[in-house]
Design a protein around this ligand. Structure first.
Ligand code: OGA
Ligand code: NI
Length: 352
């Protein structure tokens, strides 16, 4: 496996290890310049949209719900969903599998260590421990998850229940993602049928993140501001910590709603919609007392599929605003660019 750390600029140190050592201060490499530090005193924003997905199945309520989805996609690129069809025990099992994985010995987790973003399964810390200039207070395991039979044999074999528990959740989220895409494309006025096959054959990357309690949460972040590259990200979290930017670039703090899932639009939807919908910029803040887990399921169209603005959404008043890109183009970009410095989507915007 590549990226065992021997040719890295930075040695590998997991933040779980730092928390276990009870370091009184964050090491210097985690300290952000003052202008990039989070505001931890934001009130939880109670006005963020929460959508009851069961209403999509009722003809009389569907169009109202699609209007709400459209409003959320235009203004925020974000909404929460309830009655999403994934049973609570499946959600709890996935979080339990994540907890047990991060509780394994460092030695065991290190067998999956990789700084190569093209690897289908990799354990790591920060964004990329080998190249990050500033480090972020996060450990993670990421794995491709769809179609599950192509990848599950590569997933952690410890804890022994990991594949079952995470696999059940992965399959359920893949189904939910398809329903959400159907609704979002319908709200955009696009024909889901034209894209159905590519949505079904698309890529699902799960990022299982652990943000241990941090001695100085006002100096650092768990993840820097970024948007996700794909169509949608479905995020499950164990507690509060996520902040997102509204269309006036104001940070909002996302409340924790038990059993709810967060839906974030990614760059592929922004491009497909020719800018009508926006991918949401988000960051992760930390707590001095509590560990936080999250499971981000990042969906995209097939890895080599180039996505450009939908022709139906282009006319004289709305010229093509983005160049095409594929998930593979994004991976190549992050192999040699720091997304904490420049957003990927800014690199494909056409200059006007
Ligand atoms: C991500 C991400 C947010 C979180 O993995 O891309 O933004 O709350 N995660 O962990
Ligand atoms: Ni993200």
């Amino acid at each position: 496996m590549e990226g065992e750390g021997e040719c890295s600029d930075n040695p590998f140190t997991s933040v779980i290890t730092l928390t276990k050592m009870r370091v009184p201060h964050v090491p210097q490499r985690y300290v952000l310049p003052p202008s990039q530090r989070p505001n931890l005193t934001l009130d939880l924003t109670t006005t963020l949209p929460i959508i009851d997905l069961s209403t999509l199945h009722h003809a009389s309520q569907r169009s109202l719900t699609l209007d709400t989805i459209q409003g959320a996609c235009k203004e925020l690129g974000f909404f929460q969903v309830v009655n999403h069809g994934i049973p609570l025990p499946v959600i709890h099992d996935a979080l339990a599998a994540a907890t047990e994985f991060f509780n394994l010995s460092l030695e065991e987790k290190m067998t999956l260590l990789s700084d190569n973003v093209h690897n289908p399964v990799r354990y790591g810390t920060s964004l990329n421990h080998a190249s990050d200039k500033v480090h972020y207070w996060r450990d993670f395991i990421k794995h491709y998850s769809h179609p599950i039979s192509d990848w599950i044999h590569l997933w952690p074999s410890n804890p022994p229940s990991y594949k079952d528990k995470m696999g059940n959740y992965a399959k359920a989220v893949q189904v939910l993602h398809k329903q959400l895409m159907e609704a979002i494309l319908e709200a955009l006025g696009l024909n889901f049928g034209n894209l159905q096959k590519e949505i079904e054959e698309g890529n699902q990357l799960m990022a299982i993140n652990c943000y241990p309690a941090c001695p100085e949460p006002d100096l650092t972040l768990g993840m820097p501001p970024h948007s996700d590259y794909g169509t949608l990200t479905v995020l499950l979290q164990s507690g509060p910590g996520l902040q997102l930017q509204d269309n006036k670039k104001k940070w909002l703090s996302v409340p924790f709603v038990e059993g709810a899932l967060l839906v974030q639009l990614g760059d592929q939807i922004e491009v497909m919609s020719n800018g009508q919908y926006k991918s949401v910029v988000h960051q992760v803040t930390l707590s001095a007392e509590n560990k936080r887990l999250s499971i981000a399921s990042l969906h995209s169209l097939p890895i080599n599929k180039k996505i450009g603005p939908a022709p139906e959404l282009v006319d004289e008043q709305h010229p093509v605003s983005y160049n095409e890109f594929s998930f593979r183009d994004f991976l190549d970009y992050i192999s040699s660019n720091d997304i904490a410095d420049k957003r990927f989507i800014d690199s494909i915007k056409k200059s006007v």
